[in-house]
Design a protein around this ligand. Structure first.
Ligand code: C2E
Ligand code: MG
Ligand code: MG
Ligand code: MG
Length: 270
């Protein structure tokens, strides 16, 4: 009895694994096709200062899936990281942003703020990342000052020396760096001093309850003060109402991003 149960259990497990593998193979295939057929799009979200002036724009990728509808990064970035296609997607994102910036610059009446691009850990540490990035920028002809790369803490703490070297080389070309989702990763204050950063973004997890949770308010205040001392710009993410902005302003934060100022939208609606 026990033996046959065991065998059934094994067979059941096998079947489930097989179906997971099939799903993966299918997803992989769909992802490759999406890249080829241009199903990815970028949405753009503004960053503003306390006068309401747009001081930055963040590019956020979406997958317009022919059957599943609009997919968000949390649905597919993990897949791209696992199957290695993140390099392919990352190149497309950079190229798309460069083209967009070039187009905006052609409207002579428009001041174009830096556009932030998210770079995942696997992508940043790939040996092709640096040459690819420089090549795309050079071919596009736009000034690297228009680009800002957003990295997360997890991307930066691994291989510290190599990371600093890579960032420094890109920075020597005029590309700026921002530390995304600050406070949620392996935040060590020691490495903040070593990293050639221009900006830190306070994770929206701390902004959400800033008006009701004294702990969160203390954390945002500490990050703002730290940035002032270390000479980094600071941007608060996920600002959804006036109260949150007012509290952050009181704490000395001057740059904000969030639904209160505008949702991510296609370039034409920005
Ligand atoms: P992130 O870089 O921290 O981007 C901010 C996320 O917060 C975006 O989610 C944005 O839509 C959302 N957001 C903005 N304002 C608010 C707000 O007021 N309230 C709330 N609740 N959310 C807000 P999204 O677009 O789903 O992107 C999620 C993450 O996916 C990004 O987090 C980033 O880490 C990653 N990602 C996005 N685009 C790319 C990309 O092109 N390449 C890579 N490697 N990762 C990307
Ligand atoms: Mg980001
Ligand atoms: Mg973030
Ligand atoms: Mg995030």
């Amino acid at each position: 009895q026990a033996k046959s149960d065991g065998r059934n259990a094994i067979r059941f497990f096998d079947k489930r694994m097989q179906s997971q593998i099939n799903t993966r193979v299918m997803l992989d295939r769909e992802f490759r096709r999406a890249l080829k057929e241009g199903q990815f799009v970028l949405h753009y979200q503004r960053q503003v200062d306390d006068m309401g002036k747009v001081t930055g724009i963040e590019a956020l990728v979406r997958w317009q899936h022919p059957r599943r509808g609009m997919l968000y990064p949390s649905d597919f970035i993990w897949l791209a990281e696992e199957n290695g296609l993140i390099m392919h997607l990352g190149r497309w994102v950079l190229q798309c942003v460069c083209n967009q910036v070039a187009e905006w610059l052609q409207h002579g009446d428009m001041v174009v703020p830096p556009v932030a691009i998210n770079v995942s850990a696997r992508q940043f540490h790939h040996h092709d990342f640096l040459p690819n990035t420089l090549e795309i920028l050079e071919k596009s002809g736009i000034d690297p000052q228009h680009i800002k790369l957003e990295l997360t803490e997890s991307a930066l703490v691994e291989h510290m020396d190599a990371t600093v070297a890579k960032m420094s080389e890109l920075r020597a070309h005029g590309i700026r760096f921002s530390l995304d989702d600050f406070g949620t990763g392996y935040s060590s204050l020691a490495y903040l001093k070593k990293l050639p950063l221009d900006e830190i973004k306070i994770d929206r997890a701390f902004v959400r309850d800033i008006l009701t949770d004294p702990g969160d308010a203390a954390i945002t205040q500490t990050i703002v003060s730290l940035c002032q001392i270390l000479g980094f710009d600071v941007v608060a993410e996920g600002v959804e109402n006036e109260g949150q902005q007012a509290m952050l302003a009181l704490q000395g934060c001057r740059h904000y991003q969030g639904y209160w100022f505008g949702r991510p939208v296609p370039a034409g609606q920005l």
